[in-house]
Design a protein around this ligand. Structure first.
Ligand code: DX5
Ligand code: ZN
Length: 224
C-alpha cells in the first residue's frame, strides 16, 4: 500500500525557498505540496504559476499542486505547464468536474479532487473512476497551522469504503492539522498521502521531523 509524505511549504520561510526545496530533495518525503489560494475560494492569497515554475526548476520530487481557487479551468494548463505532477481542484469550485479532471489527465499528469470538511463524501461516488486522488480537507482550507477536525476520521473511513466498493484506485490524501500524533490513526483509516505543513516547518529541525514522520509511515507499512 502506498504511503507518501507531501510536505506543504505554506508555512516555510519564503525568503529561503531554494534551500527549503533542496532540503526536501534530500529528504525521504515523496512529494512537495504547493498551496495555491486566490483570495476568493479561500480567504488568503499565495502564489501562481511563475513561482511554481521556479520551484520546479529546483525540485527533484513531484509537485503536488492544490488549487484553492474559483473556476480552476482558467488556470489548470498554466499550472501543468509550470511543472505540476499532481493537480488537485476543489469539488466545490468546479461546475463540470468530469471535464476538468479528464482534461488534466489528458495532459499526462495525475488529477485530484479536494473536498471541504462540510461536503458529504458520497457526492464523489460518480467521479471516483475519473480521479487519481481524493484530497480530504481536515481543516477549512486557507491557512496552515489550524486544528485537525476530528469528525474527518469517520469521513475518511467512509471514503475508504466507497473506494473499495467501487474498485477505484484513487489515493486518499489528507491535508490540514496532521502531525505525529494523529498520523497513525489516519494511516489505519486508509490514508495514502499525508500533507504536513506546520508540524514540519514550525519544528526546530524540519529535516529531522520529516525523518521521524516517515519512520512512523514506514513502521505502519511493514505492519499493515
Ligand atoms: C490549508 C492548506 C494546507 C496547509 C496545511 O488550506 O491546504 O496544505 O499548508 O498546513 P498544516 O499542516 O499546518 O495544517
Ligand atoms: Zn493543501
Amino acid at each position: 500500500m502506498i504511503h507518501y509524505l507531501s510536505p506543504s511549504i505554506l508555512n516555510s520561510n519564503f525568503l529561503d525557498l531554494r534551500s527549503t526545496i533542496e532540503m526536501l530533495n534530500q529528504s525521504d518525503a515523496e512529494w512537495i505540496h504547493l498551496d495555491i489560494m486566490d483570495g476568493h475560494f479561500v480567504p488568503n492569497l499565495t502564489f501562481g504559476p511563475p513561482i511554481v515554475q521556479m520551484i520546479a526548476s529546483v525540485a527533484r520530487k513531484p509537485l503536488d499542486v492544490h488549487l484553492m481557487i474559483e473556476d480552476p479551468d482558467r488556470y489548470v494548463d498554466a499550472f501543468i505547464d509550470a511543472g505540476a505532477s499532481i493537480l488537485t481542484v476543489h469539488y466545490e469550485a468546479c461546475t463540470h468536474l468530469h471535464r476538468t479532471l479528464t482534461h488534466i489527465k489528458s495532459r499526462g499528469i495525475k488529477a485530484g479532487v479536494a473536498i471541504n470538511p462540510h461536503t458529504p463524501i458520497g457526492v464523489l461516488e460518480e467521479i471516483l473512476p475519473y480521479t487519481d486522488l481524493v484530497l480530504n480537507m481536515t481543516v477549512n482550507p486557507g491557512f496552515g497551522g489550524q486544528q485537525f477536525i476530528e469528525s474527518s476520521l469517520s469521513k475518511i473511513q467512509k471514503l475508504k469504503l466507497l473506494i473499495d466498493k467501487t474498485g477505484s484506485s484513487a489515493l486518499i490524501e489528507v491535508d490540514g492539522g496532521v502531525d505525529a500524533d494523529n498520523l497513525k490513526i489516519l494511516l489505519q483509516s486508509g490514508v495514502n498521502v499525508a500533507v504536513i505543513g506546520s508540524a514540519i516547518f514550525q519544528s526546530e529541525n524540519p529535516a529531522a521531523t520529516i525523518r521521524m514522520l516517515k519512520s512512523i509511515m514506514q513502521s505502519f507499512s511493514t505492519k499493515a
